[in-house]
Design a protein around this ligand. Structure first.
Ligand code: PMP
Ligand code: GLU
Length: 398
């Protein structure tokens, strides 16, 4: 008899970002020359001074269980970073380090959402938000936006989506998957609405803080009206090219930090001791590596946007942060390649992978069918070749 899988996990969607990336690695292992623009991760190596700190941690025998919420030295370094860079005040006791921002987010959702609670999620949204809410038996409520509003929601939309059951807002700027960055004024307008609803907790995912081309970053937690009920999420994956090290954190009101720590203590314990020491070096060491990578992403943004705008039918915004392009592709839906009919953006993403040999992600995975997502965290040469392949594959559709 085959063991049964719980309904909770049966109801969960597979992460499409990771699935597309695995599919592209599989094709590559079969000898197909695929360019992978599906998963969003910096293609840079972790800077040397951070790697050396990890080597030192091994030599210094940081091989024992770490404290559940993270080493105090790391939480102090994060508290200091938040004060200096974001003008927000979180004591080290309010910070819980976890296995990436992904775990930090999921911890907070599990620690705050009751069955039946509504969680507001501006869409397009990162693939995991809705699934995390599902795990907590909450109901994800989309607040939709499209390319015409630069993928930003309005205060009126936010106001309209709030009900008696709303407990959380999951917010992300710079945004995955659209690259949109809300200005301080736009954030203030949303905060003005939230100020009227003290029972709503705000989760602000700031993982792309440093991959930002506006020259400005405002943290949601810096608005005094909502500061005491805002949970800030961040980590080292994107800013320091450390996706595999798995270190992220929440900075939260003390009761949420304690609840998250209790959950993590039963679930995964403290994050990797070695990776925490590396993250501490990232926060306390020289920061020029962050700016160098940001500049490279900005140059690549300019390249892919220019090439995408030359492709007839693709509608492209000007992403101001993160490393994603989220073109609207509806002009190609309903077309065919031989017997192959392209009805949906999922069909198009599969066609681009199998016929164009470029891996992208279907917009539907982010709650936005009719779009696809490209990650431009790849070399300039790969990006040029990928955009050429996409242009050729799309031109073959009739
Ligand atoms: N939030 C967003 C918006 C992301 O794109 C990612 C991607 N990895 C994460 C959180 C999680 O990051 P990590 O777990 O690698 O820290
Ligand atoms: N956040 C990245 C992405 O959206 C990494 C994969 C994931 O964790 O979903 O592609």
């Amino acid at each position: 008899m085959i063991p049964e899988i719980s309904q909770r996990i049966q109801a969960l969607a597979v992460s499409q970002t990771l699935a597309m990336s695995q599919r592209s690695s599989q094709l590559r292992s079969e000898g197909v020359d695929v360019i992978n623009l599906s998963v969003g991760e910096p293609d840079f190596f972790t800077p040397d001074h951070i790697k050396l700190a990890a080597i030192k941690a091994v030599d210094d025998n940081f091989s024992f269980y770490s404290p559940v919420p993270g080493y105090m030295s790391l939480r102090k370094a994060i508290s200091e970073k938040l004060r200096k860079e974001n003008s927000v005040s979180f004591a080290p006791e309010q910070i819980v380090v976890g296995n990436g921002a992904k775990q930090a987010l999921c911890n907070v959702v599990l620690a705050t959402v009751n069955p039946g609670d509504e969680v507001l999620i501006p869409t397009p949204a990162w693939v995991s938000y809705f699934e995390m809410v599902k795990l907590a038996d909450g109901t994800g409520v989309a607040i939709p936006s499209g390319i015409d509003t630069d993928f930003k929601i309005t205060p009126a939309q936010l106001q309209e989506a709030i009900t008696d059951k709303t407990s959380l807002l999951m917010f992300c700027s710079p945004s995955n998957p659209t690259g949109s960055v809300y200005t301080r004024e736009e954030l203030q307008a949303l905060v003005d609405v939230l100020a009227k609803y003290p029972r709503i907790t705000i989760v602000s995912d700031e993982i792309y803080e440093h991959i930002n081309y506006t020259g400005n970053f405002t943290s949601m937690a810096s608005f005094p009206e909502i500061a005491d009920r805002t949970v800030l999420i961040n980590g080292v994956s994107k800013a320091y090219a450390m996706t595999g090290w798995r270190i992220g954190y929440c900075a939260a009101p003390l009761n949420i930090a304690k609840a998250v720590s209790k959950l993590q203590g039963q679930y995964t314990s403290g994050a990797s001791s070695i990776a925490q020491k590396a993250a501490e070096a990232a926060y306390t060491g020289p920061q020029d590596c962050v700016e160098e990578m940001r500049k490279a992403f900005e140059r690549r943004r300019d390249l892919v946007v220019r090439m995408a705008r030359e492709i007839p039918g693709l509608k492209v915004n000007q992403p101001m942060g993160a490393f994603y392009l989220f073109p609207e592709v509806s002009a190609y839906l309903g077309k065919s390649y031989g017997d192959r009919k392209i009805e949906t953006s999922a069909d198009l993403a599969m066609y681009l992978l199998e016929e164009g040999h470029v891996a992208t992600v279907d917009g539907a995975a982010f709650g936005a069918p009719g779009y696809i997502r490209l990650s431009y965290a790849a070399s300039d040469d790969q990006l040029k070749e990928a955009m050429r392949r996409i242009a050729d594959a799309l031109a073959r559709l009739a």
